[in-house]
Design a protein around this ligand. Structure first.
Ligand code: HEC
Length: 199
């Protein structure tokens, strides 16, 4: 899509270049097949999780929805790990510690937060990274913003219904994912897709 805001990293991680001078990394084109794979996986996870949350809210309000999220968000996310593709939701203030970003994701989340503050948040972020085993991967990040529907469980805890408080206290004693307002950056969907070997 021509209108998409793009941040394609200008250089692969400096460390990767230093380690392998013979294999300069070509950045994938914005519409390359690999980017499209990453985008499609991010779409399908987003649709699945929202397809879980919305009907649960409709049927039983936040009291049911939080139970459903707590029980199945992780397992549903893991089901998208196919063909060497890695996908998860990450945040600098996690509810579930399994969503804690790794060092690279943390750095990019910081960059996204800065861009968000400056009013220049891209819709997606793409970079090529070198995996620990020497192969290359496409790293794709899609920012997640807070909207009105999120506040029942990620807004001001003083406004939470007792059932939401109870689940948070019981299942997420170290929850840091509250206090958000509409429009805040909540985190990102992070996808890594293996790239073909380089000569
Ligand atoms: C009914 C309660 C509820 C609502 C509404 C809700 N969430 Fe969550 N959210 C949760 C729970 C519970 C988890 C932890 C799930 C897990 O254990 O994997 C979570 C986890 C997340 C995570 C993963 C990072 C982390 O902190 O672990 C993101 C990102 C997220 N929510 C974004 C949103 C957004 C955006 C909205 C609004 C569109 C939203 N949530 C609405 C309950 C909710």
């Amino acid at each position: 899509m021509a209108s998409r805001a793009w941040w394609v990293g200008v250089a692969v991680l400096a460390a990767a270049c230093r380690q392998d001078q013979r294999a300069p990394v070509q950045m994938p084109a914005a519409d390359s097949a690999t980017v499209q794979v990453a985008r499609a996986v991010a779409d399908s996870l987003g649709e699945e999780l929202m397809g879980l949350l919305a009907p649960a809210i409709e049927r039983g309000g936040p009291a049911l929805a939080i139970q459903v999220c707590a029980d199945s968000a992780q397992v549903r996310t893991l089901r998208h790990w196919k063909n060497g593709i890695y996908i998860r939701r990450v945040s600098d203030r996690v509810r579930n510690v399994d969503d804690t970003p790794d060092a690279l994701e943390r750095r990019w989340l910081e960059q996204l937060a800065e861009a968000h503050q400056a009013g220049t948040l891209p819709e997606e972020f793409v970079e090529v990274i070198r995996a620990p085993d020497g192969t290359y991967e496409l790293q794709y990040l899609r920012p997640i913003l807070v909207d009105r529907r999120c506040l029942a469980c990620h807004g001001d805890p003083a406004t939470f219904i007792p059932e939401v408080r109870a689940v948070l206290a019981q299942r997420y004693p170290e929850d840091r994912a509250t206090g958000y307002a509409v429009g805040d950056l909540r985190g990102a969907v992070s996808v890594r897709v293996p790239l073909p070997p380089r000569p």
